[in-house]
Write a protein that binds this ligand. Structure first.
Ligand code: ZN
Length: 205
């Protein structure tokens, strides 16, 4: 999920990042977080080493804007989102554990990083969007076997790339500029380059 221009990061203390709760009616499903729990979880997640690393790298890459606004909201489908103009959203009513918040933040920060370093990134371009989704799903550990097992997917050899592809496709298909076929083609076209592009990490964490 992504769109528009650049956002930035920096080596500032976590507490200076603005975490904001949107004023939506609280319809809490048992087992999921309230907005209040979620805001606390986001603040804690800003201390996650990978989150801090990404922010530092964005700072070094010269992205001017931080604090990046992180909004705690309730959503219908997605678990989070990134919008260059508005920052990152975490969908609290989809969050069960602290680990999920950290996953969302890292995933969306990869989009923000791509926005920052890929100067002319065009989120309406299915190939550009596909590339960032492949990287975000691969590098965030969204497809690590422990998480996949929790969701009932069995660990088999070669499963990680399959999972990355499946999740990337779901996101690109939601881009109004990309039909199902265009999304699929875009992912295949950029797969090798983008799956192997592990910046700013030396290798996939
Ligand atoms: Zn995404």
């Amino acid at each position: 999920m992504a769109s528009a221009a650049g956002d930035g990061g920096g080596s500032v203390p976590p507490q200076t990042t603005k975490v904001e709760a949107c004023s939506v009616p609280e319809a809490v499903t048992p087992g999921f977080m309230t907005i209040k729990e979620c805001v606390g979880g986001i603040s804690a997640a800003l201390k996650n080493p990978m989150v801090r690393f990404l922010r530092e790298k964005m700072d070094q890459a010269g992205c001017p804007v931080w604090p990046l606004l992180i909004q705690a909201v309730n959503c219908n489908h997605a678990s989070g989102g990134y919008n260059g103009g508005r920052g990152i959203t975490v969908c609290c009513n989809q969050m069960r554990y602290q680990d999920m918040i950290e996953q969302v933040l890292i995933h969306e920060l990869i989009h923000a990083y791509d926005d920052c370093v890929g100067k002319n990134i065009d989120w309406k371009n299915c190939g550009h969007h596909a590339c960032s989704e492949i990287r975000a799903n691969h590098l965030s550990g969204n497809c690590h076997y422990k998480r996949e097992m929790l969701k009932g997917f069995l660990k088999i050899r070669g499963h990680e790339p399959e999972c990355v592809k499946r999740r990337a496709l779901l996101s690109v298909k939601q881009n109004p500029n990309c039909s199902d076929t265009a999304a699929k083609d875009a992912i295949e076209a950029v797969w090798d380059i983008c799956y192997n592009d592990t910046r700013p990490f030396d290798r996939a964490p």
